[in-house]
Every structure is written in structure tokens, then in C-alpha cells.
Design a protein around this ligand. Structure first.
Ligand SMILES: C[S@@+](CC[C@H](N)C(=O)[O-])C[C@H]1O[C@@H](n2cnc3c(N)ncnc32)[C@H](O)[C@@H]1O
Length: 149
């Protein structure tokens, strides 16, 4: 099996999941802090030059999982691996955030959708090489189109 430890914790204004915007058109512009543990500070060397970061974290408040479920963006069920549901076999979250600034072990970022105290597993620079015209949004595009009708 795997052994992981948090490299830090999210500091956000969200104490309950109900406070986090959900559904079609939800905007994630909340600011927060990625508070990295001092023993990992050296790993932040040169991170300031990246405008956006991938944050990999755990849905530490989620319980169990459902392989099929209705996301808030649709009234039809979809497989868990075709959604961003917190209730997944391995409760791993992935969020792209915009870097505002770094102060030592604290990364001030925009785009937080995690609860305060969420354990962070990893951070990587965001680099996308997929051209926008090649991206397909699957069932989500269909659900958005139905909601506009
Ligand atoms: C739909 S998920 C998407 C998260 C991430 N962007 C992803 O794609 O993996 C976001 C929701 O997860 C829930 N959530 C956030 N932090 C959590 C945590 N630490 N434990 C359990 N649920 C959490 C909230 O309900 C939030 O609205």
C-alpha cells in the first residue's frame, strides 16, 4: 500500500462544505493560504515564478464512496471517475489555484475550493499543453446546454 503524509494544510474561510460554491457557473475565486510545514520549505524553492499551481489534497471530511452519483451540475447520474465528487474510492482532490504571493512557507493563492484545515499532499506547477479546441467537456457540456434551454 501507499504511505503519505501531509506537506501542509489549506487555510480557507470555508468551515462547512455548504459555503463552497457548487453547480454550473460556480466561480472559485476565494483566496486562501497553502500553509506548508517547515520541514518541506526547501521544496518551495523557485515556485514563485509559476502563475498557477496544481494542488493535490485529501477530502478528509468525506465518508465512503459512490461509484455512480448525481453531481450538483446535473440531474442525471454519472460515474465517479467522470465527476469531481468528494465521495471517491481514494478521496483525492485536485485544484488549480492562481499564485498571489509567497511569504516563506505560506503560499497566498486564489481559487480555493477546500475546507479550512484540508491536508495538502502535493503541489506541482500548472502547465497545460492541451489546446483549448481539443478539450471536450463530456456530459458537463450537455448538462450546461440543457440548463440554458
Ligand atoms: C466538487 S469537489 C472538487 C474539488 C477539486 N477541485 C477536485 O476537482 O478534486 C469540491 C467540493 O468538495 C467538498 N470539500 C472541500 N474540501 C473538502 C474536504 N476537506 N473534505 C471533504 N469534502 C470537501 C466541498 O463540498 C466542495 O464544494
Amino acid at each position: 500500500m501507499f504511505k503519505m503524509q501531509p506537506i501542509g494544510f489549506v487555510r480557507s474561510s470555508y468551515s462547512e462544505t455548504a459555503q463552497i460554491p457548487k453547480g454550473c457557473g460556480a466561480k472559485h475565486e476565494a483566496e486562501g493560504v497553502l500553509d506548508i510545514l517547515p520541514e518541506f520549505e526547501q521544496g518551495l524553492t523557485d515556485i514563485e515564478g509559476f502563475s498557477h499551481l496544481f494542488v493535490i489534497w485529501t477530502f478528509h471530511q468525506a465518508e465512503g464512496y459512490s461509484l455512480l452519483g448525481k453531481p450538483p451540475t446535473d440531474d442525471r447520474p454519472h460515474g465517479v471517475f467522470a465527476t469531481r465528487s468528494p465521495r471517491r474510492p481514494n478521496p483525492i482532490g485536485l485544484t488549480v489555484v492562481e499564485m498571489i504571493r509567497r511569504e516563506g512557507t505560506r503560499l497566498y493563492v486564489r481559487g480555493i475550493d477546500m475546507l479550512d484545515g484540508t491536508p495538502i499532499l502535493d503541489i506541482k506547477p500548472y502547465l497545460s499543453s492541451v489546446p483549448a479546441e481539443k478539450l471536450k467537456r463530456g456530459w458537463l457540456a450537455e448538462a450546461e446546454a440543457r440548463q440554458k434551454d
